[in-house]
Design a protein around this ligand. Structure first.
Ligand code: OAD
Length: 252
């Protein structure tokens, strides 16, 4: 059981604008591996062989198979208490936005509405040329390239190495960070930029920054408070403590 300071409870009880950055760690308790942890995806596969345009053009079958493998995992998993708590929190603040590096769609499945997907969504494909999105036009064995009406190649709707992040989502995320009263960094190693800059930006603009991660990260020294443990345990406990704190304040 974690303990939460009066300062943290007061900040969360009075905040008007809350921003959140999430990473692979928030989906671990749902059964999805991280990128850099002990069982991390990048420990088993080389990113440049699977998650880049070069890889897709050189070995499309391998890239599609890898994405299909990950999709099959994601189709089977469910949001966990950390996702559900964020969805509940959204309904209690005038402004609440999640910027996620995850492509698994679990925030939406948990009921969150205001989500900025910085690295795309693995459950979709898109045209490489005109950007049109496709839900179903995917990989067929022996037919590695599917084409859009415009002639472009259809590919997974995720951000690959060497590609820019979606400009609108990124700009909105930085705006959120700059105006947040409280900002969370949850389950991210804070190694991949520019997303890793968001909590730092929030701190620079005066937010109270809370980190939740199994272990210390490069961010830990820069935040107001860093909780070491599972997001699916700490976040619901924290939110319950905030409700108790608010009720106590009302009854005084
Ligand atoms: P990482 O795999 O780099 O980091 C996951 C973090 O989650 C680690 O710091 C873990 O300690 C932490 N963690 C694991 N289980 C946890 C739990 N139950 N509760 C809380 N924290 C937990 O994943 P990201 O930071 O999301 O990009 O990686 C960022 C980007 O790197 C990914 O979006 C992906 C990758 O390259 C692209 O594919 C473009």
């Amino acid at each position: 059981m974690s303990t939460f300071s009066q300062e943290l409870l007061e900040k969360l009880a009075t905040a008007k604008s809350v921003g959140v950055l999430t990473g692979a760690g928030i989906s671990v308790e749902s059964g999805i591996a991280t990128f850099r942890g002990h069982d991390g995806i990048w420990k088993k596969f080389k990113p440049e062989e699977l998650a880049s345009m070069d890889a897709f053009l050189k070995n499309p079958e391998l890239v599609w198979e890898w994405y299909e493998y990950r999709r099959q995992i994601i189709y089977k998993v469910k949001p966990n208490p950390a996702h559900f708590t964020l969805a509940e929190m959204e309904s209690c603040y005038p402004e609440f936005t999640i910027s996620t590096q995850n492509v698994d769609g679990l925030h939406a499945l948990a009921g969150s509405k205001n989500i900025l997907e910085l690295h795309g969504n693995i459950l979709y494909n898109r045209c490489n040329q005109c950007g049109k999105k496709f839900k179903d036009t995917g990989y067929e064995k022996g037919k590695p390239f599917q084409y859009c009406n415009c002639g472009g190649k259809i590919r997974p709707d995720v951000v690959w190495f060497g590609e820019p992040l979606p400009a609108q989502e990124l700009e909105k995320s930085f705006n959120v960070a700059a105006k947040s009263d409280v900002y969370f960094s949850i389950g991210t190693s804070a190694n991949v930029y520019p997303a890793a800059m968001l909590p730092v930006e929030a701190k620079l603009y005066g937010a109270y920054v809370i980190e939740i991660n199994l272990e210390k990260t490069t961010l830990s020294g820069q935040v107001d408070v860093s909780f070491l443990g599972k997001a699916g345990e700490i976040l619901p406990e924290m939110w319950q403590a905030v409700q108790k704190y608010k009720n106590k304040k009302i009854s005084i």
